[in-house]
Design a protein around this ligand. Structure first.
Ligand code: HAM
Length: 448
């Protein structure tokens, strides 16, 4: 029989990599809390129409990459419905915002999410069919200040702080303005006119985009097309005074808090809902072509597109797979291995008759918040030492003598020292050993 494997473009995440993932999530939650964000969990599948109308029929995501199926009616009272695994979460969050009348509070809604997204892309390093995003949206009626450039700058500053807190080194922030609903048709007209005489000389994809979604031509990565694309009109020249002022205020606020950025005139991004500010955080190390760690922008018209009230907003999504990949590469070999070994003590019962009492000792230590692995009395002493050394920083020998006297033998694997420790001070002793050998978990990453 053939062995079944994870489906192409999906993968299992295993320890110790999952520790890195948890560290990223914990840090993100901590940082988001400092900015007043609350968590939202929306369903993993939605009505296909949500993405068709929200993200845009002409985008690659909707036209080629969605996992869509016809959900048959199971009862007379039900209707068949086209459903789709979410390819992104902004449309879902805005749907929930509308459905629960969150705008009625008059307050700005600040919502974050962590979860899987699905796109049927060609899998490669950093690009998967099931991938994970950590994202957030700031949305509300105009009276809540949701259109203010300050919101854009605050979100960008928060992301810079998050990347620094993880820490991720060597990130680059690119920003641009794709204009308002009024600016866009003006630019598309100018762009289409400029594309007409050159369309025969660009790649096939660009020829198609020139007809269906000309903005996406600016995104083209084909080297031969670059000299032609560089001569195309810039979107900046089609922005009205309000849009320019909005963008300039975002930049000024970023300057004030010294967040470095680069204005990239060609950053248009692949989702149709964007208006005004768009941005991307890139990272050069080890991600190859998939160097976008975070993507986001403003979507002032999205709520209306899916049938809701006017609710301008801005948000982002971090590609968690890519972030973990970049961080993993950043950690040295040595730090990875101490990351792996974060158990404080391995308890070795010396004989099966001591198993039950060893469990009671483990319970005592775990209640003291120590991380403990429990061996088995059937193991030979050599095996206990070998296993303990693989898993933990120290081994606690628990034999007849120790059980009777209440004095335990503890060996610190990093120094090789062996000591007798009374049971009452065992937890404290182990804690000190752990602090000494230092650097597991969060500390490790903070000092990398
Ligand atoms: P996006 O640019 O499509 O934006 O995705 C955001 C990030 O998700 C990307 O920068 C990348 O790191 C990661 N990502 C996307 N596709 C894949 C994939 N196939 N495999 C691995 N990682 C991937 C959005 O999704 C918008 N909803 C962001 C947003 C929120 N805009 C406003 N609010």
């Amino acid at each position: 029989m053939t062995t079944l494997k994870a489906v192409r473009g999906t993968r299992d995440l295993l320890p110790p990599e999952t520790k890195l993932w948890s560290h990223i999530e914990t840090t993100a939650r901590e940082v988001f809390a400092r900015y007043g964000f609350g968590e939202i969990r929306t369903p993993i599948f939605e009505d296909t129409q949500l993405f068709a109308r929200g993200v845009g029929e002409e985008t690659d995501i909707v036209s080629k990459e969605m996992y869509t199926w016809e959900d048959r009616a199971r009862a007379q009272s039900e209707k068949a419905q086209s459903l789709t695994l979410r390819p992104e979460n902004t449309a879902g969050v805005v749907r929930a915002y509308i459905e629960h009348g969150l705008g009625d509070t008059g307050l700005l809604q600040k919502l974050f999410y962590i979860g899987p997204q699905f796109r049927r892309e060609r899998p490669q390093k950093g690009r998967y069919r099931q991938f994970f995003q950590i994202g957030a949206e700031v949305i509300g009626p105009s009276s809540s200040g949701s259109e203010s450039p300050l919101r854009d700058a605050e979100v960008l500053e928060m992301l810079a702080s998050l990347l620094d807190a993880l820490p991720i080194k060597g990130w680059k922030l690119l920003i641009n303005s794709v204009g308002s609903k009024q600016d866009r048709p003006r630019y598309i007209e100018t762009l289409s006119a400029a594309l007409k005489p050159v369309v025969g000389r660009v790649c096939e994809d660009c020829q198609r985009r020139a007809a269906t979604n000309p903005l996406r031509v600016l995104d083209c990565k084909v080297p031969e097309d670059q000299p032609i694309i560089e001569t195309l009109p810039k979107i900046w020249d089609s922005l009205d005074a309000d849009s320019r002022a909005h963008f300039e205020q975002v930049c000024r606020a970023l300057d004030a808090c010294r967040v470095p950025y680069e204005h990239n005139h060609r950053l248009v991004r692949g989702l149709d809902y964007y208006t005004r500010t768009t941005f991307e955080f890139q990272h050069a190390i080890g991600l190859g072509a998939q160097n976008a760690l975070i993507g986001g922008g403003r979507y002032d018209g999205l709520s209306e597109l899916i049938g809701g009230p006017k609710a301008p907003g801005i948000g982002f999504a971090i590609g968690q797979d890519r972030l973990a990949l970049a961080m993993g590469l950043q950690l040295s070999e040595e730090k990875w291995s101490s990351f792996e070994k974060d158990i404080d003590a391995y308890i070795a019962p010396l004989g099966e008759a001591l198993n039950a009492q060893a469990l009671a000792l483990a319970r005592e230590l775990r209640r003291e918040r120590l991380r403990v692995e429990l061996g088995d009395g059937s193991f030979k002493l050599k095996k206990s030492f070998e296993t303990g050394n693989k898993l933990a920083r120290a081994i606690v020998l628990f034999g007849e003598d120790e059980a009777a006297s209440g004095i335990l033998t503890v060996k610190d694997f990093s120094s090789g020292e062996q000591q007798k420790v009374p049971r009452a001070s065992l937890a404290e002793h182990l804690r000190q050993l752990s602090d000494k050998s230092a650097a597991p978990g969060n500390q490790l990453l903070a000092t990398s």
